[in-house]
Design a protein around this ligand. Sequence first.
Ligand code: 4NP
Length: 145
Amino acid sequence: MKILIVCLGNICRSPLAHGILQHLANQENLGWTVHSAGTGNWHVGNPPDRRSVLAARNLGYDIGAQRARHFNISFFEEYDHILVMDRNNFADVLQLAKTQEHQDKVKLFLIDDEVIDPYYDNDLFDPVSRQVELRCKELIKELRK
Ligand code: 4NP
C-alpha cells in the first residue's frame, strides 16, 4: 500500500506524519510505502523545518533525510490514500482530481479535524508532533484491516 501525506509547505506537518507512519509501518512489517508532498512549491528540495526535526527526535523518530516535494496530479494514480492536514489542503488537492476514484482517495489525516499549522508558533511543534503520532498509531490499525 502506498500512502501520501499532504500539507502546505511539506516542511512542518506532513514530514512528521510521513516519518512516523513509515516508521510504525516498518516496525509492523506491513510493507507500506509512505511519502509526503506540499500543495505549495516554495520549499521543494529542502529538508524539514528544524523544529519538526527536533520535535520528531524528541519522540524517537528521525525525519532529517526527507526532502520537500510539490504535489503532482500523477500522485492520484500512484497512491492508494492521500491524507491531508487541513481543509485548505483538502480543497487544493481535490480541485486537481479529475475522477471520482481520485477524489475518493483524498481524506483528512485527522477524523473531521485539522492539524494546526505550527509554522508561526514554535510552541506548537511538540503538541502537533504528539497529535500526529497518536493518529499514526490509529491509522496503522485502521488501514491494515
Ligand atoms: P507545513 O507548514 O504546511 O506544515 O509544511 C508551512 C510551511 C511553510 C509555509 C507555510 C506552512 N510557508 O508559508 O512557507
